[in-house]
Design a protein around this ligand. Structure first.
Ligand SMILES: NC(=O)c1ccc[n+]([C@@H]2O[C@H](COP(=O)([O-])OP(=O)(O)OC[C@H]3O[C@@H](n4cnc5c(N)ncnc54)[C@H](O)[C@@H]3O)[C@@H](O)[C@H]2O)c1
Length: 439
């Protein structure tokens, strides 16, 4: 979407916004409890651009830098309503306690509203997530029936919570690696595949299909194949619904997309990048399955090539050895530790090394991304945007491009500039080109 196009008319916020999350796990409950805590002034929404960041408008001399949330019409945190699906019947309070991300006193304070959030039964298949056992799962003869049952849940939730709009965001486990096949080529082929239970249609694709059919914006926080299939991308366009994916850019890949542009802007070379992690939460356990890990690995590996462009800079970046490892290590729980060893070279080819040790918290980094994505997708829908939203690439490891055959942008700084310029355009202001420092 080119910001030089006429500014869109953005429909105002009209009543509560529903958020439905397939996958009520550590990320989902840290997000939900976090919003509740912020509403009660118990904590600040750190990490959320939508809540905390300002946006410069016009020339520097104009001194106009409102908060993003005061510049574009976003749903208010008080107006968010939460729903979910999960194959374990536990409510959000039970999951938050078990996930051990947030401290007990905070969870105790929020116990009553968290307890009220009970998941709908999931659409689940062990062929797609092998490490979990489904107990709270929908039964249906065909994938069409299951998809229709998800649509009914969305309608039920919307009515029950009195929401005028619903956004759906996948916070479920990483499914096994799949390549697109014929059934993903068109909407008609996909829907025919649902009727005959095509094995290449995954549960996460059914959630996406149901959301799009209900006119709900959809984002994919995990690396599974779904929205980027031609069938679901087309369905989003046909339904006039914005989508964004995939795989939250939180820890190690966030660092990678900061450091790789630094190497490239200074024309420093790279021979190797070894990334390894230890992680002890349920996400780490699911990634013990090599086929789920492969989905994650593919998502993590792509970014370096796309940022460094070895085809344009063979002297600097051809034959990079890039390895990524994730080890499930229960004692760490959600407190992930990542190490990066970067072998680079400078003037005349002299080698150097850079080491990064990030002791992070997985769900604490992911929760504000869920909030921003939900608020910005709702804004996009009210502005009449549909299909993949390039400006939301900022949040993803494997961003989906809106143009077939044109790669998405992975450099976090370019992504950030694109996001802000899109917001300027949506708010009726000129994009900033930075051609001279006062523009
Ligand atoms: N935390 C991060 O920094 C981060 C970054 C990138 C991606 N992710 C992805 O976000 C997702 C959620 O992470 P998490 O730490 O909350 O994991 P989690 O294991 O705590 O939660 C995932 C939940 O999804 C449920 N689930 C699985 N399949 C489902 C289905 N078909 N329908 C409904 N529910 C289903 C599981 O029962 C589980 O409760 C994972 O796929 C993870 O890879 C997380």
């Amino acid at each position: 979407m080119a910001p030089s196009k006429p500014h869109p008319q953005v429909h105002p916020v009209d009543g509560p916004l529903g958020i439905m999350l397939p996958g009520l796990g550590a990320v989902a409950t840290t997000f939900i409890a976090g919003v509740m805590a912020v509403r009660r002034n118990l904590a600040k929404p750190i990490g959320s651009l939508a809540q905390l960041q300002t946006i410069r408008l016009g020339a520097r001399s104009e001194n106009r830098s409102p908060l993003i949330r005061e510049f574009v019409p976003l749903a208010d945190l008080e107006d968010l309503r939460f729903g979910a699906w999960d194959l374990h019947g536990e409510n959000a309070l039970q999951v938050a306690r078990r996930s051990k991300v947030l401290e007990t006193p905070m969870i105790d304070t929020l116990a009553t509203p968290l307890e009220r959030i009970a998941p709908y039964k999931a659409v689940f298949s062990n062929e797609y997530v092998r490490m979990l056992k489904g107990e709270h799962v929908k039964q249906g003869k065909t994938k069409r029936e299951l998809g229709e049952a998800l649509r009914a849940d969305i309608r039920d939730f919307k009515q029950r919570e009195g929401c005028s709009r619903v956004v759906v965001l996948w916070t479920g486990s990483t499914e096994v690696f799949r390549k697109p096949s014929d059934v993903h080529r068109t909407v008609a082929a996909f829907e025919a595949g649902m009727d005959r239970n095509d094995p290449d249609i995954s549960p996460s694709m059914l959630y996406a299909w149901a959301a799009l059919k209900e006119g709900c914006p959809y984002a994919n926080g995990a690396p599974n194949l779904a929205l980027e299939t031609p069938a679901l991308t087309q369905l989003a366009r046909d339904q006039g619904v914005p989508i964004a994916g995939k795989d939250f850019k939180t820890g190690q890949t966030l660092i990678k997309t900061v450091l790789a542009p630094m190497l490239k802007t200074r024309m420093l070379g790279l021979t190797g990048w070894f990334s390894t992690n230890i992680l002890g939460n349920r996400d780490g356990e699911v990634l013990l399955d090599p086929d789920s890990f492969k989905t994650k690995e593919e998502s993590k590996l792509d970014v370096l090539k796309s940022i460094l462009q070895p085809e344009m800079y063979p002297d600097l970046y051809k034959d990079i050895c890039h390895l990524v490892r994730i080890n499930y290590y229960p004692p760490r729980g959600d407190a992930k530790e990542g190490w990066d060893n970067i072998d680079l070279f400078g003037w005349l080819g002299y080698p150097m090394q850079l080491k990064v040790n990030f002791l992070c918290r997985d769900s604490i980094l992911a929760a504000p991304l869920v909030l921003d994505l939900v608020l910005f997708l709702d804004l996009a829908k009210r502005a009449g945007l549909s299909g993949p939203q390039d400006w939301l690439s900022f949040y993803f490891k494997s961003p989906q491009s809106s143009q077939a055959g044109v790669p998405a942008e992975d450099d976090v700084f370019i992504q950030h500039r694109a996001l802000k310029n899109m917001l300027r355009w949506l708010g009726g202001e000129k994009p900033l080109t930075h051609v001279d420092f006062d523009s």
